[in-house]
Ligand binder design. Structure first.
Ligand SMILES: [Zn+2]
Length: 410
């Protein structure tokens, strides 16, 4: 396989998680009597440009047939994040009725509705019909297509280049990142700004967040690699911010290569930090599998210890990262009999691979567990705060990444 960015032959494995079903392929009861499809889940690193990328597999298109659609507006924290972003960008870029804001992967309009409310014209790009419909009902024009160079050029030819192009949590999920980035350039007005948010590879490595690896997540990105991808497409990263979302994300600000704006000191500073953390050293990547295995072993040791002691452990949060962790560890309902999740669309279904049943959050209290394992560790404090009564009743809360932790002091 060749690197998806620089076409170098990929020689090094970053992480091999064996085989796993697609992380969002939640099962109905009747599916439990059918065979389940597993795909290899292997991630490689390019030693030329350091792009960390999932390996290609046969029949990859079958991965995306799962009918589960994520609606961004179900998370109140994410809505607040989007509102703050809209206000900050409107002020920083002096956006107004004469501007155009394009969002790639606009989902249900959770972000663009803020621009609509401020009378700033916008355009969403979203191939998923169910989420696009919700956005359109709020008055947001949506093109129901996948974004890439062809669409970017079509928008430019129609005179619809943008002052601001936003992409939140889409960049790591596009299969052809070079084509996508050339599309951004084509759709960007001279003097315009692109912002992209994506989980930062530096945090993934430092915090052993191997459970954020799943098939639909094609690229694991550093600022170094994103700068290189931008350069190749005629763009330049001129600023960068760190965000707490998804265990530590970057928001990069891009412009045309020849834009008059100077590159901020924050860019050089983050590049230096990445070098300091070994992101351009092969050893850093080669050490990762053993660190991920230690996390998996720690979880299994904990679950086996509680089972032997006759203690009951249940899980909270039927998220993609939970599926990666449980499937890699081979955890089944004998060790973890149920998982609770607030998303109604998941309740009554089963986790792919592990077949652990997903119940409404009330089941947490009803099952009187000794321990609650919070699978989305990034929201652990929030989950504990919502279940204060359970904690006061003696239930203990735990997370497994970057190592087994009991939240007795939280
Ligand atoms: Zn490469």
């Amino acid at each position: 396989m060749k690197c998806r960015h620089c076409a170098q032959t990929l020689e090094h494995v970053f992480l091999d998680l064996g085989f796993a079903p697609p992380s969002n392929a939640y099962l109905q009861a009747e599916d439990l009597r059918r065979p389940e499809k597993y795909f290899p889940l292997k991630v490689r690193v390019c030693h030329a440009c350091w792009l960390v990328q999932t390996e290609d597999y046969a029949q990859a298109d079958e991965l995306f047939n799962a009918d589960y659609a994520y609606f961004s507006s179900t998370s109140s924290g994410w809505l607040a994040h989007a509102k703050r972003y809209s206000e900050a960008m409107t002020e920083r870029l002096s956006l107004g009725p004469q501007s155009l804001v394009i969002e790639v992967a606009s989902n249900d309009g959770y972000l663009l509705k803020n621009f609509i409310a401020a009378n700033i014209p916008c355009l969403g790009i979203e191939p998923t019909a169910s989420t696009a419909e919700v956005a359109e009902r709020q008055g947001i024009p949506v093109l129901r297509e996948f974004f890439g160079e062809a669409l970017g050029q079509r928008l430019a030819a129609q005179g619809r280049q943008a002052d601001l192009i936003a992409g939140n949590n889409v960049y790591a999920h596009v299969p052809d990142i070079n084509d996508f980035t050339r599309g951004l350039r084509a759709a960007l007005k001279p003097g315009g700004t692109i912002t992209l948010e994506f989980p930062h590879l530096m945090q993934l490595i430092a915090q052993v967040q191997f459970d954020t690896v799943y098939h639909e997540h094609f690229s694991y990105l550093s600022l170094h690699t994103v700068s290189s991808i931008f350069d190749a497409a005629g763009l330049r990263v001129y600023d960068v911010e760190t965000l707490p979302t998804h265990g530590g994300s970057l928001r990069v600000f891009g412009c045309h290569t020849d834009d008059a704006r100077t590159t901020t000191a924050a860019v050089a500073s983050m590049l230096a930090e990445e070098d300091h953390q070994g992101l351009r050293s092969l050893r850093t990547y080669q050490d990762f599998q053993a660190r991920a295995d230690r996390v998996k072993d720690g979880l299994l040791a904990f679950l086996l210890e509680q089972k032997r002691a006759g203690k009951k452990v249940v899980a909270y949060g039927a998220a993609a990262k939970g599926n990666t962790l449980l499937n890699y560890a081979g955890v089944k309902p004998d060790l973890l009999p149920l998982v609770c999740d607030a998303a109604e669309a998941k309740q009554g279904k089963f986790m792919p691979g592990s077949h652990i049943p997903i119940l409404a959050p009330q089941a947490l209290a009803e099952s009187q567990p000794d321990f609650v394992l919070i699978l989305p560790w990034n929201i652990a404090a929030e989950v504990i705060a919502q279940n204060r009564a359970l904690k006061q009743g003696g239930t203990r809360f735990a997370t497994a990444v970057p190592e087994m932790r009991l939240w007795d002091d939280a």
